[in-house]
Design a protein around this ligand. Structure first.
Ligand code: GTP
Ligand code: IMP
Ligand code: MG
Length: 340
């Protein structure tokens, strides 16, 4: 039995989608449960030569045996949910996707309020997906829940009950966090943050699992840092420098150009501490060190790449168990057998 949580270590877009897909395809958990804020997330998955952009469906969907659950703490936009059921139809997700009956619903009014808000959309740079207004309605206790919408009838479940029974039966559960540490409502760069805490403890609560049940917290860092939207970014670099280094990026949900910066050790240490991280997954190593593109073998990495990885391990005190050297699953160095 294992119950693991994966979290983002910076301002989102760390490559969680790739890491989750790799881990779920490799380890074959019985349940993959989505935690985090809601459809403001954009996870990218590359599998069997195809690319997918997901906002609500757990990125582990490629594991066809797994049940795909959305926790009560996650906001659901029914339009996005039904769109993804069709979009991923060839993975047969309609028969194995369920959300908790207590999930709060996002409606068009929430999206209008988000996009029409000078403060949220212009000042904070929100994704405009209605998440902030929907979470505020939940706090005001006026939000509708999934059980209130008849069209969701076939996709409703008691997620904590399913997960805790699975754990008690010795099955494996994987909890997918979204966003990242720097976007946490409490620990991030307030007010330039999202509408909820985004650390491991909250992700466990989102899906109804108590802290005593968690085995590992895997934190994902990208080899450089990106941020979309406004707010402090201590290690930010000029766009021209990012272009020269070939590491410019655009957002999955909004298409916005991402701000780029170098790896921030102070942020990484704080993120490891507050998440209680036990393993680090380091992504986009190939973009910083092109020599290691698609490498699957640690010993083939050049000295400067190994030095970078060693420094992260020494400073944080957490082992780097997964090294991602490209967007698709095969481009992964998995050191868990050696290091754990
Ligand atoms: P959020 O929920 O928005 O935080 O999403 P995310 O963490 O899944 O990241 P997102 O998919 O938005 O952005 C990461 C980008 O990096 C995607 O385009 C991935 O395909 C890509 N990617 C992930 N890992 C690697 C890697 O090791 N190398 C390269 N070159 N690209 C990668
Ligand atoms: P909101 O969550 O849409 O309210 O946006 C608030 C802030 O969080 C903005 O800066 C967004 O760009 C950022 N944000 C929210 N979700 C994500 C994500 O999944 N990846 C990256 N940034 C995000
Ligand atoms: Mg993203």
């Amino acid at each position: 039995m294992t119950c693991n949580i994966l979290v983002g270590g910076a301002w989102g877009d760390e490559g969680k989608g790739k890491c989750i897909t790799y881990l779920c395809d490799n380890d074959k958990p019985n349940i993959i449960a989505r935690a985090g804020v809601g459809p403001n997330a954009g996870h990218s998955v590359e599998f069997n030569g195809e690319k997918y952009g997901l906002r609500l469906t757990p990125s582990g969907f490629v594991n066809r045996e797994a049940k795909l659950l959305i926790g009560a703490g996650v906001l659901v936009d029914p339009e996005v949910f039904f769109h993804e059921l069709d979009y991923l139809d060839k993975y047969d997700i309609k028969s194995r996707s369920f959300m908790d009956y207590r999930c709060s619903m996002i409606n068009s009014e929430h999206k209008d309020r988000d996009r029409g808000s000078e403060h949220l959309f212009k000042k904070i740079g929100s994704t405009g997906t209605g998440c902030g207004p929907a979470n505020s309605d939940r706090v005001l206790r006026t939000a509708k829940m999934a059980k209130d919408l008849s069209e969701l009838e076939n996709y409703i479940s008691d997620v904590p009950l399913e997960i805790n029974e699975a754990i008690d039966n010795g099955e494996d559960v994987f909890i997918e966090g979204s966003q990242g540490f720097g976007l946490s409502l409490y620990y991030g760069t307030y007010p330039y943050v999202t509408s909820k805490d985004t650390t491991a403890s909250t992700f466990a609560a989102d899906v109804g699992v108590g802290p005593t049940k968690i085995d590992d917290v895997i934190i994902v860092f990208k080899s450089y840092i990106t941020r979309v939207g406004e707010g402090p970014f201590p290690s930010e670099m000029p766009q021209e420098q990012a272009e020269d280094m070939g590491i410019e990026e655009y957002g999955t949900v909004t298409g916005r150009r991402r701000r780029i910066g170098s790896f921030d050790m102070d942020l990484a240490k704080e993120a490891c501490m507050i998440n209680g991280a036990t393993q680090i997954a380091l992504t986009c190593v190939d973009r910083l060190y092109p020599s290691c593109e698609r490498t699957q073998d640690y010993s083939a990495l050049f000295g400067e790449t190994k030095d970078f990885i060693n420094e992260i391990e020494e400073e944080t005190g957490i082992p780097v168990t997964i090294i991602s050297t490209g967007p698709d699953l095969k481009a992964t160095i998995d050191l868990r057998k050696e290091l754990l």
